[in-house]
Design a protein around this ligand. Structure first.
Ligand code: C2E
Ligand code: MG
Ligand code: MG
Length: 721
């Protein structure tokens, strides 16, 4: 919007002939009078305008011609033409029939005796009465000047009352909601039509406290538009002066109308007038003060709009502004919406303080602003999530922007960001839908690990929506107690004697299908449902253990699966203690199955937790051993009691291949670490035999029993005692 004022040497305005003129009608039956009058007045200007003559030769012709030239300023009318009173009759018709009250009339006659009655002069508003002999060149000119002045004043008063009303209407209807250049053009249009300025106009502003004028918009003849470099501006100096002195100036060659918003900006409309009617200056002043009110409203309006659409901390567009922006994109368009999430911003904030966090966010914005292609739109969507709209930018390019660390007050910080993006080419999708899709892509990207990026496509959308639907259904199922536990026996392989059960969660969805825990447990983990669900599982499994205990003489243990997210919940231990107390189950009969994924909690936390669990008297099994990603070195230090060999290794036992070799390694490893070993998924006697030979004493699998209801489990126990 800002382009520099170009100071252009201007042509002296005196040399340009004003287009406006006063119409003077001469009505006389003598051609000589016409000639003499024109000769006397030729080349004269009155109030800056030249004179144009209209010739008529009778009263009737005069009336006819006036109908056409109703802007005639002065009528030089012969009193005696067809009849002695033809002139006076014509005056009566002009005033009464034609209703022309403003045209000034100078009645001329050859004889003083032809003079009309004084009453008529007043009645018909005759300006002047002269004998033709009196109308020497000088006298005639003086009469014309007086008449034109009087005409112009009458017009001015008429225009003035109209203009004042228009001024009030005009400023009232200016909308402060439009953009500044739109408003500027509108203001210039109105000034032009109110004060009849046809020449070049320039709308400028500067800071009230002083500064260089910045052009906002221009107008030239019928054309107007926001500032651009194609236009040069004639009266730059005067505009700057008006802005600096904070007042309007009115010269023949330049008019500068000054107004301001009383706080931030001064404005000036610079005009190169074709003709300046000095009598209108007071009206222009009134207009200027009304424009100041308009600009105050404009400032307030846009400040409010800013507050509604700006992030107060970072001073960049906020979520509402983003949605508005997406929806305002003209279709068809091709652009992309990117969402960027700073990885581990939360822990950065927690560890180094909010001040540091704020610095990181500001540095993020700085980096985006400097590195993105021009025209890119940046917004803050929430805490550490930013949005970028840009046509030519890829996920990869955006990731690379953060390959270098960002600068903070205190040194540098490497930022890892995850990106989700979506193409904004569809015309049918709303701003918030686009944003939803970008969020889906971002979430997927985050689940793929730090520093990844994902572009949204309909499949991802479908999967995510299906997951959300399923999570919703799972939550309902849990709340309406439709989840239940099954129990799978664990045995001493050698004797086949039951040593315990593993509690396994089951969900039969509303359409009657069993959804496998491998699907719904991760869902519950992502949806935050696993913690309340885990508590319920713990309690139910312990109650079940007490029931099962009645069905057998020996002591049984209950293995309960605990997810890493459950473990990390702040009151896990608290709750565990309470449940043990409530159910009065001896802690040593409870075995918590924890997978290697617990390593994500960090070695310190895992160790502390394991020690506390052990201190309560419970035992711990490392579930699915060998399938996870933790290093052996960390497991080495975990005070666990048992390794559970994953069934994927057991499956291949007896068949030539990897499975056998790993079991071969794991069993001695467990023994070395001082842990017991239990093999999962034993389906055949052969597998059981090999495991026993390799030194694995405990097992679980379909060979001994599938997961069963509590009732079935009691029956199963009875059959074996
Ligand atoms: P897991 O803890 O390793 O559970 C053993 C899985 O092996 C169970 O699958 C069980 O039905 C299956 N299985 C046992 N013996 C055999 C066999 O001989 N052959 C075959 N093919 N499969 C056998 P399930 O019930 O589908 O559970 C899958 C996983 O879901 C579990 O693996 C566990 O990680 C998780 N899970 C189940 N219930 C819970 C729970 O209550 N809490 C938590 N956090 N996770 C659970
Ligand atoms: Mg398990
Ligand atoms: Mg397992």
């Amino acid at each position: 919007m800002s382009s520099k004022l170009i100071f252009k040497k201007r042509d002296p305005i005196e040399s340009t002939v004003p287009k406006n003129f006063w119409k003077i009608m001469i009505t006389d039956d003598s051609a000589d009078v016409h000639e003499a009058t024109v000769f006397a007045l030729k080349g004269e200007t009155v109030l800056g305008r030249s004179l144009e003559f209209i010739h008529t030769y009778s009263a009737d012709e005069c009336l006819e011609a006036l109908k056409e030239h109703n802007d005639t300023a002065v009528l030089l009318l012969d009193a005696v033409m067809e009849t002695r009173d033809a002139g006076l009759k014509a005056v009566k018709s002009i005033r009464e029939d034609l209703g022309m009250r403003d045209v000034r009339i100078i009645l001329r006659t050859g004889q003083p005796g032809d003079a009309p009655e004084v009453d008529s002069i007043h009645l018909y508003d005759i300006n002047d009465y002269k004998t033709k002999s009196e109308l020497t060149r000088n006298r005639l000119l003086t009469s014309i000047i007086t008449a034109v002045r009087s005409y112009s004043q009458l017009k001015y008063i008429e225009a003035g009352s109209r203009t004042l009303k228009q001024i009030i209407e005009s400023t009232k209807s200016l909308s402060p909601g439009q953009s500044l250049d739109e408003l500027a053009v509108e203001i210039m249009e109105r000034i032009s039509s109110l004060f009849h300025f046809q020449g070049e106009m320039t709308f400028c502003r500067a800071l009230i406290e002083g500064g260089e004028a910045e052009i906002i918009a221009w107008k030239k003849g019928g054309d107007s538009g926001p500032a651009d470099d194609r236009h040069s501006y004639t009266i730059g100096e005067e505009i700057q002066k008006a802005l600096d002195s904070r007042c309007s100036s009115y010269f023949k060659r330049s008019v500068c109308i000054y107004f301001d918003d009383s706080k931030e900006y001064s404005y000036t409309v610079g005009i190169v007038p074709e003709y300046l009617n000095e009598e209108e200056i007071p009206l222009m002043e009134v207009y200027a003060s009304n424009l100041s009110l308009t600009m105050q409203n404009y400032r307030l309006f846009h400040r409010m709009a800013r507050l509604a659409y700006e992030d107060p901390g970072l001073k960049i567009p906020n979520l509402s502004a983003l949605i508005k922006k997406i929806e305002s994109l003209d279709s068809p368009f091709q652009s992309n919406l990117f969402l960027l999430d700073i990885n581990q911003f939360g822990s950065l904030n927690d560890m180094l303080g909010h001040d540091y966090g704020d610095q990181v966010l500001a540095a993020m914005v700085r980096r985006l602003k400097t590195a993105l292609p021009p025209g890119a739109f940046i917004a803050r969507v929430s805490g550490d999530v930013f949005a970028v709209i840009s046509g030519d930018l890829t996920n990869q390019e955006l990731l690379e922007i953060f390959s270098r660390p960002v600068d903070l007050d205190e040194g540098k910080q490497k930022l890892s960001v995850s990106i989700g993006s979506v193409s904004l080419e569809s015309e049918y999708i709303s701003g918030s839908d686009c944003l939803k899709n970008a969020h889906i892509a971002l979430k997927r990207s985050k689940s793929e690990g730090m520093g990844s990026s994902v572009r949204y496509n309909p499949e991802i959308g479908l999967e995510t929506r299906e997951r959300i639907r399923l999570l919703h259904e799972l939550r309902n199922a849990f709340q309406s107690e439709k989840l239940f536990l099954m129990y799978q026996p664990q045995v001493d392989i050698k004797s086949g004697k039951p040593i315990g059960f593993e509690a396994l969660l089951r969900w039969k969805s509303s359409d009657g299908a069993f959804i496998p825990p491998s699907t719904f447990i991760p869902l519950a983990e992502q949806g935050g449902l696993i913690v309340p669900m885990g508590r319920w599982i713990m309690k139910s499994a312990m109650h079940a253990l007490k029931e099962l205990q009645h069905s057998t003489a020996g002591s049984l243990r209950m293995a309960i699966n605990v997810s890493a997210i459950q473990l990390s919940s702040y009151d896990f231990l608290e709750h565990l203690k309470r449940t043990l107390k409530e159910t009065r189950v001896p802690p040593e009969l409870v075995d918590l199955e924890i997978t290697e994924s617990a390593a994500i909690l960090g070695a310190e936390k895992v160790l502390a937790l394991f020690h506390e669990i052990k201190a309560l008297g419970l035992s711990i099994s490392i579930d699915d051993f060998g399938t996870g990603y933790s290093s052996l070195s960390s497991i080495d230090s975990w005070p666990a009691d048992r390794l559970k060999i994953d069934r994927s290794f057991v499956k291949d036992l007896g068949v030539e291949g990897q499975g056998g070799r790993i079991v071969d390694l794991v069993i001695p490893l467990g023994q070395k670490l001082g842990m017991q070993v239990l093999a999962e998924g034993i389906e055949t006697e052969e597998q059981a035999g090999i495991l026993l030979d390799l030194g694995c004493p405990e097992g679980q699998g379909y060979l001994y029993g599938k997961p069963m209801t509590l009732k079935e489990a009691r029956k199963w126990l009875k059959e074996r005692s």
